[in-house]
Design a protein around this ligand. Structure first.
Ligand SMILES: Cc1cc2nc3c(=O)[nH]c(=O)nc-3n(C[C@H](O)[C@H](O)[C@H](O)COP(=O)(O)OP(=O)(O)OC[C@H]3O[C@@H](n4cnc5c(N)ncnc54)[C@H](O)[C@@H]3O)c2cc1C
Length: 486
């Protein structure tokens, strides 16, 4: 079987490497950073370990399948625990909402916010459950680029059910009247770095997926899952070389011949899978203009080791702004750091005491921001100081006891840091957006039509962004390579 070179050991690269190895290829992964995981990385601070990026894990069966494809058991390698309640929401007017995958609890919570919402929740779950079935049985796990063939397995009523022509926000409004319920469920768009006003209605499967199938966390954090996947890859015989930056994808007569590393070494291989985000691969490693993609926003993240347990904060909380629509508008079209952004806080000790150390609790804050090209030159020290003050003020006003003087150690990753550390194109945290024109058969394909032997895995190709989709992208690219070899 042909030798395959994989560029990048993010989850998309590791998954591709495992699936290709299982198909008999010799696989070498070159990772620029000191360790594997990419955005799903680990950071040590104040005696604590933080997950750098992802903190929310959905669809564990995708990872079960990754392990079982290799004849292994995910649960023998990682202990997954269910996080319950799942997410909490806070608004500046004091309104609170807590989501749960315990249906009775959820119905009560919805009913308190809007009379009759428990019944409407039932209807919503039936509708979104059907969308979810259609998406995962008929659409997501396929390599199909032709729109007609992509949607061909759907019956007419299934196509209608997908609500592709309506926004996710409008779809949610069909079920709920309360702005709080619509805004909370619409915020799941942020799982893809998206806006509920731009994502199609099909994406009501995002809240459904979590409410119906749970929110999970590996014992030891998300990075414990990444480590287990790395171990699996190595045990299968994948070679992973870290601190090896690929500088160029070598191409002769329109065909890949290998890669050149920053240290001058060359690795010959007729197949290269790039896990570096797709537009960055083309711009930086091939020298082609990147496709005109709409990218999801950037993020600024704070990591705080705090001296006391932050009372009044659950594991996962989203703080929403007064003007929800304006906040998403500023994020996607604005050119400034928003004055009142939505943000997310993880205080993992609320459900897992093991993540704290004596006298230190971890708090992670994620603030979505416009793309670097929109923001232009920014004094990031000043901007992160302002955002820090804003976040701490909102926490205090919401009754969270987090005294700034109790922050013992702090790290900040600005969009520029994220971009430089992981090669994120324009600082985009989640890669290509999931607008109608960039999903399904319209999303950038997992192979190059201009360069034979060049393939892609990861957030900006099919099927999409987020840990489960990126893991699936590795499986899809391996299937694609096998199909091309036939
Ligand atoms: C702050 C943040 C929070 C998130 N939260 C969640 C969440 O809660 N749940 C969820 O499911 N998803 C979340 N996501 C999205 C998720 O992290 C991504 O979709 C996923 O990790 C992307 O994986 P990937 O394999 O496509 O790319 P990456 O993780 O970006 O991996 C690419 C790898 O390529 C390496 N590389 C780059 N250039 C080179 C080069 N020239 N040579 C060699 N190697 C190179 C990089 O170092 C990196 O390791 C979050 C993302 C961010 C940024």
């Amino acid at each position: 079987m042909d030798e395959v070179t994989v560029i990048g050991a993010g989850l998309g690269g590791l998954s591709a490497a495992i699936h290709l190895r299982l198909r008999g290829h010799r696989v070498t992964v070159f990772e620029a950073g000191p360790g594997v995981g990419g955005r799903a990385n680990r950071l040590e601070l104040g005696g604590l370990r933080f997950d750098t990026g992802p903190t929310l894990l959905n669809y564990p069966w995708v990872f079960e399948e990754l392990f079982s494809a290799a004849g292994r058991d995910l649960h023998g390698a990682v202990a997954l625990r269910r996080i319950e309640p799942t997410l909490s929401y806070r608004w500046p007017d004091g309104t609170r909402l807590t989501l749960s995958s315990d249906l009775e609890r959820l119905r009560e919570e919805f009913e308190q916010i809007e009379a009759g919402a428990a019944r409407r929740l039932d209807a919503f779950l039936v509708d979104a459950g059907e969308k979810f079935r259609i998406a995962f049985e008929k659409l997501v796990p396929r390599n199909e680029d032709h729109p007609l063939r992509y949607f061909a397995p759907l019956r007419a009523r299934e196509l209608v059910r997908c609500a592709l022509w309506r926004s996710m926000y409008a779809e949610l409004r069909r079920f709920f009247r309360s702005r709080y319920l619509v805004e909370a469920l619409g915020s799941y768009a942020m799982y893809l770095g998206g806006s509920p006003f731009e994502l199609p209605g099909l994406f009501s499967i995002l809240p459904y997926g979590e409410l119906a199938h749970g929110l999970w966390l590996p014992r030891g954090g998300i990075y414990a899952l990444i480590e287990a996947i790395q171990t699996l890859a190595r045990e299968l015989g994948v070679t992973i070389e870290t601190r090896c930056r690929v500088e160029r994808i070598l191409i002769e007569d329109g065909r890949v011949t290998g890669v050149r590393l920053a240290d001058g070494r060359r690795q010959a291989s007729p197949i290269v899978v790039s896990n570096l985000d797709l537009p960055a691969t083309l711009a930086e490693l091939v020298g082609q203009p990147p496709p005109p993609l709409k990218m999801s926003p950037s993020v600024l993240t704070f990591y705080w080791a705090v001296a006391n347990r932050p009372e009044g904060l659950g594991h996962h909380t989203i703080f929403l702004p007064r003007d929800y629509r304006a906040a998403f508008d500023q994020l996607n079209r604005g050119a400034r750091i928003p004055a009142e952004p939505a943000f997310y806080v993880a205080a993992a000790a609320a459900s897992d005491p093991e993540v704290s150390a004596p006298g230190a609790w971890p708090v992670f804050v994620l603030v979505p921001l416009p793309l670097l090209s929109r923001l232009g030159p920014i004094d990031w020290a000043e901007a992160s100081g302002r955002l820090r003050e804003f976040v701490l003020r909102r926490l205090r006003d919401s009754g969270v006891e987090l005294d700034p003087t109790k922050i013992l150690a702090e790290r900040v990753l600005t969009p520029k840091d994220w971009s430089e550390r992981f090669g994120l194109f324009d600082g985009s945290a989640f890669g290509a957006a999931h607008t109608l024109g960039q999903m399904g058969p319209f999303r950038p394909r997992n192979y190059s039509r201009r360069v034979r032997g060049l393939y892609f895995s990861g957030a900006s190709t099919t099927p999409g962004t987020g840990l489960p989709m990126v893991a699936l992208s590795g499986k899809l690219v391996a299937q694609r390579i096998a199909a091309h070899a036939r």
